[in-house]
Design a protein around this ligand. Sequence first.
Ligand code: KG4
Ligand code: ZN
Length: 351
Amino acid sequence: MKNIKNKLFSQETVEIGPNSNYDNYIMAIESSCDETACAIVKNGREVIANVVASQIKTHAQFGGVIPEIAAREHLDSINIVIEEAFRQAKENVGLKPEDITAFAGTVGPGLVGCLLVGLNAAKTLALTYDKPFIGVNHLNAHLCGNYIDTDLKPPFMALLVSGGHTQIIDVKSYSEQEIIGETVDDAVGEAYDKVARLIGLPYPGGPRLDKLAQEGNPFAYKLPEARVDELNFSFSGLKTAVLRLVKSFEGKELPVNDICASFQETVSSTLLHKLKKALEESGYKQVVIAGGVAANSEIRKKIFDLQNEGYTVFAPPMKYCTDNAAMVASCAYFNTNTFDDVNVEVFSRVK
Ligand code: KG4
Ligand code: ZN
């Protein structure tokens, strides 16, 4: 628990976290990339309101997220998602804005122009209702998506797979975690999106590739599993191997489903091998997957199969895998390493 005292916050202190003596209702805003989201979560686990405005249709015409356009769309949506979250909270449990314990916002990593929109809205709400403000790290938030609607408690091993990151994280306690493995080049989501693009699939490539892979033969083509030290990953060689394979079909019909399935098989096996190694070295029996790519069917299947080997597996439902604000609210509650100063600034990359 931490007793929060912001510079511009007039009350003495507010208790936030699992050891608080009263219920915590945290409203959080997420705007790090192309989703404008607002949620209210009770005691880190119970979702009272959850709203996500997606910009996928806008960016699809450009084949990827355009930062300036994304920031402008956040400006258009931010008030709407906040109002809708307050409306849901009132309808669901009769909660009023004054009943919110603290306001939270994602500070990074993400697109700076986008982060600023959500963060300033969260800070403004905190000042308006005279409540503490909590800045949240987006990657920690993805992990905390696993606390929602579950009784998960650390310690556990986490595989974080998103568009920008691929990490194995030793979560020792709610507030103490260590990155013990990560990608040396492309993130998994990035590899999915690049491979999707080179076989001609529209944005967002990852989920589309996943769908086609389910129709193909995962053993049609043998693609290389990169040999990287320890618990680290590399996916750029695999992407080049797919490019070579695609080129070999020049002038002929591309066996898209088989290529997708073979790529997906290689990626999911690589992730599973390293995760198992981390589990064996740590002795942990609980494992968690998080991040947008945790929505992937084959990665989920392979990791859930660990249940047959005596592990307990947690993965957020799809709506808490991809970017959302409920995970940010949960993180503000559980992860006491988060910032607590209204002057906190946004950041684009992990320093
Ligand atoms: O966590 P997220 O929503 O945003 C970041 O913080 O990066 O993750 C987005 C990434 C994208 O690269 C997207 O293609 C990928 O997650 N993704 C998937 C699937 N659903 C989303 N990749 C593979 N299979 C999926 N089903
Ligand atoms: Zn994310």
